[in-house]
Design a protein around this ligand. Structure first.
Ligand SMILES: Nc1ncnc2c1ncn2[C@@H]1O[C@H](COP(=O)(O)OP(=O)(O)O)[C@@H](O)[C@H]1O
Ligand SMILES: [Mg+2]
Length: 266
């Protein structure tokens, strides 16, 4: 490739949706400072599904809070959105947590509509969208049920629909399947890939499961604790759509080994 074409390619490459550069955050308590994250540098393109993997306490939730604009970084650059579209955290982010956190006095449909209500979006359109999303996550027919009538996996699917209802640009998921049993979790992984491919959203997904990180991610960021830092960031070049078979391939093993090594577990 000639120097000119390299230049042109660089100039026309889309701006990343998220740019983190040298991000550091420490917590202070009792006069002592402990570093929660450091050295976090990554570019996330629109439509990427980035898995964030690392042991408990390595700063995954801290990084999510910085992305959600709930915490400020002490150092480094945090930029979300690009010149073509301004980014407003409250409107442009959908969040999913380890617990579904549905309001027990609201029906499934009313729960899913909550973010749209808070943002004051038109009611009728939001309801149509909420119903479509419930169908997409496999909950058609459960719209008028209450959370206690749903299994853990179904509740978590409702919370994913809720995170999408206001059509956010970025979905932040913090160990969303951590409370589910192993079989439900595998099913949810497959669902999640389907939902991602259908909704074409940019997703940052936190997990401490190395298998889950490789299976789901288009990219993977590995965080380590002691010292807290980002150890690696790479693309996972396994073709989509993925099925569970991919876990038995050699390439899958190469990626998981790479992460085990980074985490000092090889
Ligand atoms: N609000 C806080 N105040 C003080 N320390 C905190 C706070 N939140 C997290 N920490 C500390 O920062 C480190 C990273 O925490 P966290 O981001 O929750 O990690 P993870 O989500 O990977 O388990 C841990 O050592 C944790 O104890
Ligand atoms: Mg956490």
């Amino acid at each position: 490739m000639s120097a000119t074409s390299v230049l042109i390619e660089r100039n026309t490459a889309p701006e990343p949706m998220i740019r983190l550069k040298g991000v550091r955050k420490a917590y202070r308590s009792g006069g002592r400072e402990s570093i929660a994250i450091s050295n976090v540098t990554m570019d996330v393109a629109e439509g990427d599904l980035v898995s964030l993997v690392g042991p408990s306490g390595c700063g995954k939730s801290t990084l999510m809070r910085i992305l959600a604009d709930l915490h400020q970084a002490d150092e480094g650059e945090v930029r979300i959105g690009n010149s073509a579209s301004a980014f407003v955290a409250g409107r442009d982010i959908g969040m999913v947590f380890q617990q579904a956190l549905l309001l027990k006095w609201r029906t499934v449909l009313q729960n899913v509509m909550l973010p749209a209500e808070i943002l004051g979006l038109p009611r009728r359109e939001s309801e149509v969208r909420a119903r479509d999303l419930l169908a997409m996550v496999g909950l058609a027919g459960s719209e008028d049920k209450y959370p206690y009538e749903l299994s853990g996996g179904m509740q978590q699917r409702a919370s994913i629909a809720r995170a999408l209802v206001h059509d956010p640009k970025l979905i932040l998921m913090d160990e969303p399947f951590g409370a589910l049993d192993a079989l439900t979790r595998e099913k949810m992984n497959l669902e999640m890939l389907r939902i991602w491919q259908q909704s074409r959203k940019t997703i940052i997904f936190v997990t401490h499961s190395i298998q889950e990180a490789v299976f789901l991610g288009s990219h993977c960021a590995v965080l380590t604790a002691g010292p807290a830092r980002m150890a690696d960031y790479f693309e996972i070049d396994l073709p989509f759509p993925r099925t569970l078979d991919v876990k038995t391939t050699e390439a899958f093993g190469v990626y998981t080994k790479r992460i085990y090594r980074l985490l000092g577990m090889d």
